[in-house]
Ligand binder design. Structure first.
Ligand code: ATP
Ligand code: MG
Length: 563
């Protein structure tokens, strides 16, 4: 089969203008270069060029998964409700889950990820410790009814994921399966040409190894990660912890009440008193399982409700509403202070014992100064709840952290026995007794990776693929005249015979300018032009990334490209 794809036959209509709804560079370029077309919100059709890139990534993923001994399977995407009800995720997923009914009224879902089903498959297939360890993977379409399916294929409602699952009888076995996946992911992302960082997705000073994310730094990313310029600490900001401030021992004067009319916000208060916002104590009221609770953080910091929710889970955290104040004269809106409060008080570790604060006096239009932690009020629970900011200390070495945007492209996770417990996944152990299996779960966003690579590699002119995943190895352009077209087709065949994947632009009646622009836009790493000197058998070879050009004889060009 010929490896030459003629542009005259290729279904890839390039566009000069960005699609109106596109926010990110990859979204614009993948549409403009004819790789994908939007079918509906978050639903994308992959056209021939896009499908090639997608398949190339899948091939690399497959090779590296096979290399660690994982076995490929394919499970249904349409799934019955019961296993997800058993694990609790039928409810936990909320609106993210696509739910549907069959003709008999039975409940089904479109799989967002498959821990439940893999657990059941292994329970059915593996009965003895001799059947383990086992690692299974699939490359499959996943469904999530994302709230904001923006950014093209970066966040689809239907997308391609490689998901794999490991099954071991011991914790050491799980650690090994996890390490194998981690190493395979490093190879995959290096091969597909992604610049990536491995960051801890769990809190803890040194970061745990039991959950890590692979992030592709990119401005278009929706994740923020903290990165230490001094040591190798890197973590998702949600996982960064603050290593507790030291208790203060200086003496502070007694609490002093201050008349502060019209200062219900930190900004108005700080301006009125002429103190920095960081000297004030902000008390956010929330409901924890319905019970009103105060959360104290320095006035210049924001509470991360996600972090708070994670600390307090499974309790449900909600913001208070005006109604919650109705029968609570003790809670003076805008003027709450922890001293004398009769509700649970949670504080960030920066609100350290012995420190003095300006805070509400629990009276309208009144604040209090020199309110000292441990003297004037007690903290019930210290929880790390503020939004991490650039310059916050690295939990490992104390250096100020950098914050960067990134795209999550992979996630590896030691699940432990959660799903094995739900489905009573046991195998017969060496001693003849049942042993509960321990699991890992590992994902790669295959379709997301297409966009992530595009984000990282594209330039003003268009896409610019790393060779391993490019839709072709070389894009041959016939400048226009019959002789040039003949040469272009002839070189293309020689290159294909040498094993290269070739895209040749021999479109009649299309100007050389349009062909060059399209070649830059489509982003094949090498562009070979049969132009001015075609009669002498001389072509021009251009590197799409560096823009470097050289004039070569056809034989030289073929040798160069196949080297
Ligand atoms: P995100 O935080 O971006 O929503 P996630 O943490 O929910 O992702 P996982 O459940 O860890 O995603 O899924 C594994 C991988 O699948 C992710 O690392 C990501 O690369 C990819 N992925 C997740 N959601 C989407 C989506 N809506 N569109 C494309 N790829 C996705
Ligand atoms: Mg994830």
């Amino acid at each position: 089969m010929s490896q030459v794809q003629r542009m005259s036959r290729l279904m890839a209509k390039t566009l000069r203008d960005d699609p109106a709804d596109a926010e990110t560079l990859s979204h614009k370029l993948l549409v403009r270069a004819g790789y994908v077309r939007r079918t509906s919100a978050g639903l994308w059709s992959w056209l021939p060029l896009g499908k090639k890139v997608l398949d190339n990534i899948s091939r690399v993923v497959r090779e590296e998964m096979d290399a660690i001994g994982a076995q490929e399977v394919l499970l249904p995407a349409l799934l019955p409700k019961e296993p997800y009800e058993a694990s609790g995720r039928w409810d936990e997923y909320g609106d993210l889950l696509f739910r549907l009914k069959d003709r008999k009224g039975g409940d089904y879902l479109l799989g967002p990820t498959h821990e439940e089903i893999f657990t059941q498959v292994v329970k059915d297939q593996c009965t003895s410790y001799k059947d383990l360890p086992v690692m299974l993977y699939q490359i499959q379409t996943k469904y999530r009814d994302e709230a904001r399916p923006r950014s093209g294929v970066l966040r689809g409602r239907e997308f391609q994921m490689k998901d794999s699952y490991s099954f071991d009888t011991t914790d050491e076995g799980l650690a090994e399966s996890y390490a194998l996946h981690r190493a395979a992911y490093q190879k995959i992302f290096t091969r597909i040409g992604l610049d990536y960082r491995i960051v801890s997705a769990v809190s803890g000073a040194m970061g745990g190894s039991d959950s890590e994310e692979f992030l592709a730094p990119a401005g278009a990313g929706e994740d923020t990660f903290a990165d230490c310029p001094n040591c190798d600490y890197a973590a998702n900001t949600e996982a960064v912890t603050f290593q507790g401030a030291v208790a203060e021992t200086v003496e502070h004067g007694p609490v002093e009440e201050l008349d502060t009319p019209d200062t219900p916000t930190i900004e108005t208060l700080a301006a009125h008193l002429g103190v920095p916002a960081s000297a004030t104590l902000k008390n956010l009221l929330v409901k924890v399982d319905g019970e009103i609770t105060a959360v104290g953080v320095p006035g210049d910091r924001e509470v991360d409700l996600g972090k708070l929710g994670e600390h307090l889970a499974p309790a449900v955290v909600e913001l208070v509403t005006a109604e919650d104040f109705e029968d609570r004269p003790d809670l003076v809106r805008g003027y709450v202070g922890p001293q004398g409060l009769k509700i649970r008080y949670i504080a960030d570790p920066r609100v350290a014992p012995g420190t003095a604060w300006v805070t509400g006096a629990n009276k309208p239009d009144t604040h209090a100064r020199d309110v000292v932690v441990g003297r004037d009020f007690e903290v019930d629970d210290y929880l790390d709840v503020v939004v991490v900011e650039a310059g916050d200390p690295c939990p490992a070495c104390g250096t100020g952290l950098n914050l960067d945007r990134a795209i999550e492209i992979g996630h590896i996770f030691q699940l432990g026995r959660k799903y094995a417990d739900t489905f009573q996944l046991d195998v017969l152990g060496q001693q003849g007794k049942p042993v509960r299996v321990t699991m890992g779960s590992y994902g790669i966003g295959v379709s997301r990776a297409v966009a992530a690579i595009a984000e990282q590699t594209a330039d003003e002119q268009g896409l610019c693929w790393p060779r391993e995943i490019a839709p072709a190895d070389v894009h041959v352009v016939a400048a226009g005249k019959a002789l040039q077209t003949e040469l272009a087709v002839d070189v293309s065949e020689q290159l294909a015979a040498a094993g290269l994947r070739v895209l040749v632009d021999e479109r009649p009646g299309v100007s050389p300018g349009v062909k060059f622009t399209d070649a830059e836009l489509i982003g094949v790493p090498k562009i070979l032009v049969a132009g001015r000197r075609s009669a002498d058998g001389v072509v021009e070879l251009k590197d799409r990334r560096t823009g470097e050009r050289e004039e070569l004889t056809v034989a030289e060009a073929v040798a160069r490209l196949t080297a």
